[in-house]
Design a binder for this molecule. Structure first.
Ligand code: ZN
Length: 139
């Protein structure tokens, strides 16, 4: 059995579904991920933050293909393989970028997707994980 560990600690939980650990401004409702100490909404009078976790499904707002490796701190197992990257609107109001599990040809703006935790790269015998999206509606 392979060991799994998040590539960056404290960003998500993977028990009873995937939960991204973010925050929300109590005053204006703006969601943030990762957690922020203060609200950046210029129209928000009083920045009061509370922890908030984001999960569930979302819809693809836009997508593209990363044809070559992004600069550090991005890591992947060599050789680099192009992957689909999408901007997803989660049902609870957060717009977030993530890698897709499926191919470019299968992508569609407005498609329903769900959060998953998957391996990003290996470090020794440890699989470093991150959040990704896969088409929703399957198993
Ligand atoms: Zn605010």
């Amino acid at each position: 059995m392979e060991n799994h560990s998040p590539c960056v600690p404290g960003l998500f939980e993977d028990q009873g579904g995937v939960h991204l650990l973010g925050a929300r401004c109590v005053t204006c409702g703006t969601p943030y991920f990762p957690r922020q100490a203060a609200c950046r909404n210029p129209h928000c009078g009083e920045s009061k933050m509370e922890d908030c976790s984001f999960s569930g499904r979302g819809t693809v707002w836009s997508y593209s293909v990363a044809d070559f490796s992004p600069p550090a701190p991005f890591k992947c197992d060599p050789p680099f393989k192009p992957y689909v990257i999408a901007v997803v609107d989660l049902e609870n109001g957060l717009r977030i970028v993530g890698q897709m599990m499926n191919e470019f040809e299968e992508m569609k703006v407005g498609a329903l997707v769900e959060l998953v935790i998957d391996t990003l790269y290996h470090e020794g015998d440890v699989a470093r994980t991150t959040w990704k999206f896969k088409p929703a509606g399957g198993h």
